[in-house]
Design a protein around this ligand. Sequence first.
Ligand code: AMP
Ligand code: MN
Ligand code: MN
Ligand code: MN
Length: 277
Amino acid sequence: MNNIIIDLHSHSHYSDGVLSPAALLKLAKNQGCEVFALTDHDSTDGLAEAQIEADKLEVKLVCGVEISALWANMTIHIVGLNIDKNNPILQAGLQKHQDFRRLRGEKIARALGGAGVVDALAKTQSIAKTDMLTRTHFAQMLIAEGVCKDMKTVFKRFMSGKKPGSVKGKWADYDEVIGWIHSAGGQAVLAHPLRYRMTNTKIKRLLADLSNCGCDGLEVVTGSSSTAEIALSDKWANEFNLLASAGSDYHGWQNQRIQIARLQALPNPKKAIWSDW
Ligand code: AMP
Ligand code: MN
Ligand code: MN
Ligand code: MN
């Protein structure tokens, strides 16, 4: 399974991706992908459609989800792989996150209203394909309205720090989220470790806490990782006894260099999370 073409992190329009699950699978297949995980934010709703297309294309679909979680008052993302999407504990947890997203969407819209953007909620809902709202949808709306020119500007001006879009996350704690994933028979993986911009001491505390409560893996390779970042993440995986995962985090947005199923190799393939699948 060394040279298998695999991608274990991606988004469809069931969360903040652009493409349908079927279109994502077609694209992955065109890139030669053999094993592919759909991991929408806090939702498994796209998996049924993904499975139908995966069967047609003879791609092995890994049922996944990317769950927002709190650690030390910060939001982190934990990917669940090979989950049973019908598990009631997992679904009850995801439902809570979806409810929070709805409430948060209303708050973000109100704050944007205060900043002079009218009808922010309705405009954002008309952009989203489902009733799942992410900050990315608000960002797309602000770009469409000509308020900002691109994603980078919009996140900086409106969606982070003390800005309107940055409503404090009321996600479940990391240990609870890992529990949901394990209840559903899946493996839990910390997504994109270098994107949290933590100090070295802090990320190591996070990895120790995750490892201690049974987290299975670390995303060692992402679609935007440099060789140095991969080496560092691999070192952490070893140090904290985590298996290595690899996923592009493809969203299908324009002006993104990230490609689906085009990932650098793991430094240590023996420790791949898929090695015993
Ligand atoms: P949410 O889960 O609704 O808070 O939205 C988080 C999503 O916004 C992430 O999954 C990313 O896809 C996207 N995102 C976060 N920060 C940025 C950024 N600086 N630029 C572009 N997209 C971002
Ligand atoms: Mn996203
Ligand atoms: Mn993420
Ligand atoms: Mn993601």
